[in-house]
Design a protein around this ligand. Sequence first.
Ligand code: KE4
Length: 429
Amino acid sequence: MTRHDKSQEIMRRSREIFPGGVNSPVRAFGGVGGTPVVAARGEGCRLIDADGNAYLDFVLSWGPLVLGHAPPAVLDALHEAMTAGTSFGMPTEWELRLGALIRERLPHMERLRFVSSGTEATMSAVRVARAQTRRDGILKFDGCYHGHADSFLVKAGSGVATLGLPNSPGVPAALAELTLVTPYNDIAAAERLMAEQGGRVAAIIVEPVVGNAGFIPPDPAFLPALRRLADAHGALLIFDEVMTGFRIAPAGAPERFGVNPDLTTLGKVIGGGLPVAAYGGRADLMDAVAPAGPVYQAGTLSGNPLAMAAGHATLRMLTRELHAKIEARTARLVQGLREIAARRGVPFSADHAGSMWGFFFRAEPVRNFADARTSDTELFKRFFHEALARGVYLAPSPFEAAFMSAAHGDDDVAEALNRMDDALGAARG
Ligand code: KE4
């Protein structure tokens, strides 16, 4: 078994400073029990904790590290940028370079604005939608997580779901009632809700592939139906691609599913591990954003040159060929897990979209958050810890997705499967 004395000591002291000892709830192991391991360094696909234990990392900072930890190209770009200074609060060429590259890869983002977190991106996209439609309501899907802005903390996924928080105290009822919620993949329910209340809905916001209730792909007809529904009721369609961006396809959900949103949010991968997110889309909508228009949104460190440099280096490396290579390895890992579970007679379903993947201890496919909650979360907890003890780091919650990076080689995938096979045997008892 691995030792975690230093992690335990660091967490003991951190609990005296940070709520729950962490700076983001999902890191606290609330969904799996026990004490978090404390990261000390990352090397490619490996994570080393404060006690020197090494793990094959499939969380990758919750998605940003599509090239793996500390990729040389990103470190070189960061070094070049930081020797010129760390922040200016002024236009720089770095933001132009990354903005132009994103628009080249994602032509549906005619205009975009950089911010520093996915939460800022989604709250700003909704503000634009509310301003442009002069409506206050939004429609989201049960188990989807769009960051912690007040309007989204209604039946949210990720840490809200992991910790079993009903919604969140501190969100005014008057605001929460503006957020309509309906089950993911249920077109009829969404149609009924929009027929009743569509006149007050500014936007339908959706994770094109859900990564915050566990991994849940859309039924083929779901996203096209949302496009039609938004158009029929004069609402906008927002694809929250903070997690799926540059993960499920080189040009995102529009390429994978053939549906164009009105607005898109990005994050994670576009910062290469530094704080970067963005919102954007149709020019006629985005030109309402200050100072071009009256919709106010701002940020001291938006477009920070170090973050722009890291994101630019990451996307430059992430060619279509590399994306396809990472996707192929992800497919092999998922298929390997299915075979292990079948051989061991464990009820199990797993799937992937590009380099994003996930699994549930449940035989039937998971189509929405209610399904996800019927999976065997107790077995997940045991499996998580048995895998951790064998050097595999998975998301510490059954309601999160997993990821793959360019740094995971074929041998790493094979090694991870061997370790997880052994872990499942131990977890089953
Ligand atoms: P941030 O504010 O955490 O940068 O992004 C919020 C967000 C928005 N939209 C989607 C689809 C997201 O997945 C996220 C953040 N994802 C979580 C992981 N499920 C971040 C991890 C955390 O909360 O610490």
